[in-house]
Design a protein around this ligand. Structure first.
Ligand code: ZN
Ligand code: FE
Length: 256
């Protein structure tokens, strides 16, 4: 069984870059390297050689380190073939539904457009590991810069169907602010209230709140709960289609 070892590297103001290491084939990927130097430092500390970059989408804080890392290591850059023109240095063009073999670990490629059009996630089922970029955050979701609410809701609904113990590796530490917003939507959600207290404690000690797990996201993240009656009621849209409810929750977060 090819299991991934994941390293979390905080960079810039609130980004996370990840290293994923698959020891059987001895391959190491950087997921969404915003920058190159902290990645090279961590690789040296771990004694790993960078063989791959996996990109989720084209934003600068996700691809900014691509070319410098490729120049330094000769790594292979993997990204969405449907958005190849915006992924610097892309070598391998994957598509929605593909199974990409990272060493001996299989990743299912999922189109999760909405934040951008052409955003993908990498689902390593064996390791219960999901690299999700800016689609889901702990208690949040990405802003819709390019896609529509229908698209984003569809993407979140696809991800929501993954197992409870799925580890969600998102690309930003936005959790504390997200929790404050989530409580404006579901202030009587006991799990959310308990989680919010835990998050405050973690952040007070400067500990990461990421990765989170799909089970707790499904129970507490308002953006995954647009089809829960209490959420529709909170935004005065009882009986409306979930995508509409989702759009209104997203709109409120944009101005929160
Ligand atoms: Zn982004
Ligand atoms: Fe980002």
């Amino acid at each position: 069984m090819a299991v991934l070892e994941v390293e979390q590297i905080p960079v810039l103001k609130d980004n996370y870059v990840y290293l994923a290491h698959e020891s059987e084939a001895n391959v190491t990927a950087a997921i969404d390297p915003a920058v190159h130097e902290p990645v090279l430092e961590r690789l040296a500390r771990k004694g790993w050689k960078l063989t791959h970059i996996l990109n989720t989408h084209h934003h600068g804080d996700h691809v900014g380190g691509n070319l410098a890392l490729k120049a330094a290591t000769g790594c292979t850059i993997v990204g969405n073939g449907a958005d190849a023109a915006r992924i610097p240095g892309i070598d391998v063009r994957v598509r929605d539904g593909d199974t990409y073999m990272f060493g001996k670990a299989a990743a299912k490629v999922m189109d999760v457009s909405g934040h951008t059009v052409g955003h993908i996630a990498y689902w390593f089922a064996e390791s219960r590991t999901l690299f999700v970029g800016d689609t889901i955050f702990a208690l949040g979701c990405g802003r819709m810069f390019e896609g529509t609410a229908e698209q984003m809701w569809g993407s979140l609904a696809k991800l929501r169907a993954l197992p409870d113990d799925t580890l969600i590796y998102c690309a930003h530490e936005y959790t504390q602010n997200n929790a404050r917003f989530a409580l404006t939507i579901e202030r009587d959600n006991e799990l959310l209230r308990a989680r919010s207290s835990e998050i405050d404690i973690a952040r007070a000690h400067n500990r990461p709140t990421v990765p989170s797990k799909m089970g707790i996201e499904r129970a507490t993240n308002p953006f995954l709960r647009a089809d829960v009656p209490g959420v529709a009621r909170a935004v005065d849209l009882v009986g409306a289609p979930p995508a509409k409810v989702f759009a209104e929750v997203r709109r409120r977060k944009d101005v929160f």
